[in-house]
Design a binder for this molecule. Sequence first.
Ligand code: GAL
Length: 703
Amino acid sequence: MKKLRHSSRLTLVLLFVLTSPVLALPQSPARSEAAARFFPAKDLMRVGVYYYPEHWPEGEWDRDFANIERLGFEFVHMGEFAWAFMEPEEGRFDFAWLDRAVELAARHHLKVILCTPTPTPPAWMAEKYPEIFLVGADGRRREHGSRGNNALADPAYLRFTERVVMQLASRYGKNPAVWGWQLDNEPGAPPDYGPSAQAAFRDWLRARYQTIDVLNREWGAAFWSLKYDDFDQVRAPNPTLLYGVSPHAVLDFRRFTADQTAKFLNWQAALLRRYTVPAQFITTNYISTTGSSDPRRSGDLDFISYTMYPVGGGRGLGEDGFRLGWPDGIAFANAFYKNIKGATGVMELQPGQVNWAYINPQPMPGVVRMWLWHAFAGGLSFACNYRYRQPLYGSELYHYGIVRTDGVTPSPGGLEYSQVAREMRELRAKYDPNARPPANYLARRTAILWNQENLWNIDYQKQTGLWDTWGHMFRYLEIAKSFGAPLDIISEGQDFSSYPVLVAPAYQLVDEELVRKWTSYVEQGGHLVLTCRTGQKRRNGQLWEAAWAAPIRPLIGAEVSFFDLLLEDGRGEVTMNGTAYQWNVWADVLKPNEGTESLAKYANQFYAGQTAVTYRRLGKGSVTYVGVQTKDGRLEKDVLREVYKRAGLTTEDYSQGVYVDWRDGFWVAVNYSSKPAEINPPKGAEILYGSQPLKPADVLVWR
Ligand code: GAL
């Protein structure tokens, strides 16, 4: 690829695009169908609140909605836990209260996101149909008294769900005040070991394997005489009760569990659509890094939203990190959720202190606003906070809202939300539909390939307690963002060719088709980075009857001889270009073929001198294999910088926790680090908000 300078102009871009072997580089990523249908580009990001009319005297609703409007919010979110109010007795529905709430909201120019109340079955249902609750890994059936504990395969629960969803759909499906729908709440209940789930799991297996012999083979059921004669003998594998249950069975059970959640949501969406007008969207709000479900499987929804609580007892970066919040959270969620359907929003974003962490600190003044701007920068169509009023009762007593316990005085985070709602309005006035992303920025578009199945498989058999699958991936996300790269988290089914750089971190489960796809991506000019653990196993979680990680050997041009793991205080050493780095978590020891470069080598242990990182050119692109995870990620960053450089891509050098993104003509910089950061907008830039240097918890916006 041609070398580009930071200041390259359009001519150079064209030259780049024309000469770049990766052909499909868009000038500006097209707006998806979901985005175009529900979210006019000129609206940028809408800001809203959660409101629970059922928690407050009706006499306060009008005042509350009036204040919500006055603070600048544009929508309210209601109903996800209100089943007992919607259906106070079996088969008797009462929506009069919700009618009034929706109407009042509309009178105050607030759009409404209505929810299906399926996480909270009423007491009457629990009493008469206890089978609606799931059975946990402890073998005990859940009971009334909480939320999100439902047996998604239980016929009674599904019958009641169908009825309440149809009631809602027929009543509000054409109501112009209703902007869209949220299904359930944070889907992804714990795995269900109850009878209805067991039966559904067996059906799922029958459909997948057809005959029990195939299941026995795919599960390696000869091991410990696990071998089944019939599908009816199969039980959901339960590692809480049993030692060493089959990893292949566990992987399938996790797939099944995620499919159950997705099926439940897709089915609810289909029910709603019998009545809803096309203008109303249907979404749900997954926990940003959900482990028990797979947001991509909810394909029938219009788009998928996420929930985000950046300050919840984590350390963050530096001294004030615990108040600034989780630096990877919003960056990941924006890149992942938007990519699923081309549009997304953050359905819940913390407005202040929360109640559920081990330690619940006050967020840093200003940081709520910063998170909102970070959400905006990631292309989100809306941001909603959890919640408008601080509760006076219930398990979330200490949870901040937009207003304090008196119901009217804005909290500090509430004022910051209000400020962003105002700033969005100001920004809309400056919106230019013809704005295009700068060429050098677009040229380093990077994708991370992510498949939830790798997470499930690795986490069941980590091989080292020091391993953190999410953390391993976040490390590469942070590197790409520190380079100032636009980032998407993509799936295998997608076209890789519009990304000059593709990183597949710890991609443990592969098949030959994926390896072929990677290979042709590289041959056509892509720059592929694979990291340790990649290619070890088949999709069923079994090892290859061949050399270790055999399918990727021709691609990476090296043999993975073995891997090593050190103790927590271990001091493994790697060197690259004379610089030393330390590792202790994971080391794939590599033997490069002729023609493959050895970028970094191990410097101690019994394999000192052997290779840790390889690089080779293939066709018009390159393949890098990073076999080691270092302690601080410096080696990985230095390797990737070299990869971008050799690919002719310019990179920035933002410090950790500083994110700079372009959206709709605006540059946004945010700072999660505990230190001020120099951002250096180009000369002549018009600064819209903020100043230099960028302080922690602050925002710099320019165009
Ligand atoms: C979310 C959940 C909300 C509320 C919130 C409190 O995970 O979806 O319903 O419980 O946490 O922070």
